[in-house]
Design a protein around this ligand. Structure first.
Ligand SMILES: NC(=O)c1ccc[n+]([C@@H]2O[C@H](COP(=O)([O-])OP(=O)(O)OC[C@H]3O[C@@H](n4cnc5c(N)ncnc54)[C@H](OP(=O)(O)O)[C@@H]3O)[C@@H](O)[C@H]2O)c1
Length: 341
């Protein structure tokens, strides 16, 4: 079907300068216009992620990222004013060369670095990480999956986990960690989760068999050994964590400081341990695997709270400063339309 071109305006949460949650506000923005190979999606829900908060404030605990990212996203002010990387919604129209989707399809996925999911309408190339929304999930539940699912799947595959292996997940109660627990558990691993004590019940429910509260205990002094350590916590103690690996063990870091980048090469080259530092590519193939895992009940969506888009500042505050149990989601558009499947 050929795209209908519209020059109207639609609602979006935008920001025009870096700063606290109060820089976010609702505004009218031009309707995005799809091309021949694009899909126009009416967004119904978007996850409010730690990465969104970092882009908004431009405060990064991993300092070396600051300059390259600032050049990429805008030196004086954000170049892309609409945040939001992860969404669920409905296809409105498709370009003439699109074959995977049709108007009316309910979809979910990642806009990746293109962002834009805090707006009512989003244009993405057909080749982006978009897939049919899992049938058993609401829009809000589906939007809460792609960030954690895609990133966790990438790292858990890179870890080459074998059934029965001991896996430690540091930051296990966060968006990515909570999915990593479920995926490692489905691969047959024995998972130990490290996070704040209030998340113990949640992470155990997701498949962790052991739990360590980082506010009261130091995992590196427990004397335990692991085959795989997946670490999403910036600034965690590299030498002590790598020292907890079994011979042949794998340490994976999704949030590496510069020193960790350098040391990872040396550890992998000169010891029997392997260190992987990576940014996860987000592909439609990986999202299809995530959908299969959801439909096989291997992955569940964990939603902490859902806010209407008009309360996006509260959603950002919750992600940045409050203890939450799962993903924070904003609904996009009319509130009463959005609870539906
Ligand atoms: N490499 C990649 O491809 C990639 C992709 C996306 C995101 N990231 C980055 O990865 C980071 C994590 O993302 P996310 O969305 O999962 O964040 P998140 O939802 O905020 O999860 C982080 C979790 O770590 C916990 N934590 C904080 N300090 C800890 C400590 N010392 N020990 C153990 N756990 C601790 C947090 O608990 P509290 O609530 O107590 O703070 C929270 O539950 C972000 O900084 C993001 O920018 C990397």
């Amino acid at each position: 079907m050929t795209c209908k071109r519209s020059h109207g305006f639609v609602k979006a949460v935008i920001y025009s300068r870096y700063g606290g949650p109060e820089v976010l506000h609702l505004a009218d923005v031009p309707m995005p216009v799809p091309g021949d190979q694009d899909v126009l999606i009416r967004v119904r829900a978007a996850e409010t992620t730690k990465s969104d908060c970092e882009l908004r404030s431009f405060r990064y605990s991993v300092k070396w990222l600051w300059l390259p990212l600032r050049i990429a996203v805008g030196i004086r002010r954000p170049r892309r004013r609409v945040l939001g990387g992860y969404f669920a919604g409905e296809v409105v129209s498709v370009g003439g060369r699109v074959t995977r989707f049709a108007p009316g399809d309910q979809v979910y996925g990642s806009a990746s670095l293109r962002l834009g999911a805090y707006g009512e309408y989003l244009v993405l190339p057909e080749r982006a990480a978009i897939a049919p929304k899992p049938r058993n999930m609401t829009f809000a539940e589906a939007a809460a999956v792609p960030l954690g699912g895609l990133n966790a799947l990438h790292f858990m595959r890179r870890a080459s986990i074998k059934p029965g292996e001991q896996v430690l997940i540091n930051g296990a109660g966060g968006s990515i960690g909570a999915h990593a627990i479920q995926i490692a558990h489905s691969f047959g691993a024995q998972v130990t989760a490290v996070d704040h004590g209030i998340k113990e019940d949640l992470v155990r429910r997701l498949g962790a068999s052991d739990f360590i509260d980082y506010t009261t205990d130091d995992v590196t002094t427990t004397g335990r050994r692991f085959d795989v350590i997946f670490d999403m916590v910036p600034g965690s103690p590299y030498r002590r964590l790598v020292g907890m690996l079994q011979p042949g063990g794998r340490y994976l870091n999704g949030n590496p400081r510069l020193a960790v980048l350098v040391r990872s090469v040396l550890t992998t080259r000169f010891t029997d341990k392997t260190v992987t530092v990576a940014f996860a590519p987000e592909t439609k193939e990986a999202l299809a695997t995530i959908t299969e895992m959801i439909e096989a009940s291997k992955i569940q969506s964990i939603v902490d709270r859902v806010y209407p888009m008009s309360e996006v500042t509260a959603a950002h505050r919750r992600v940045e400063t409050e203890q939450r149990l799962g993903a924070v989601v904003i609904t996009i558009g009319e509130a009463d339309e959005l609870a539906g499947r």
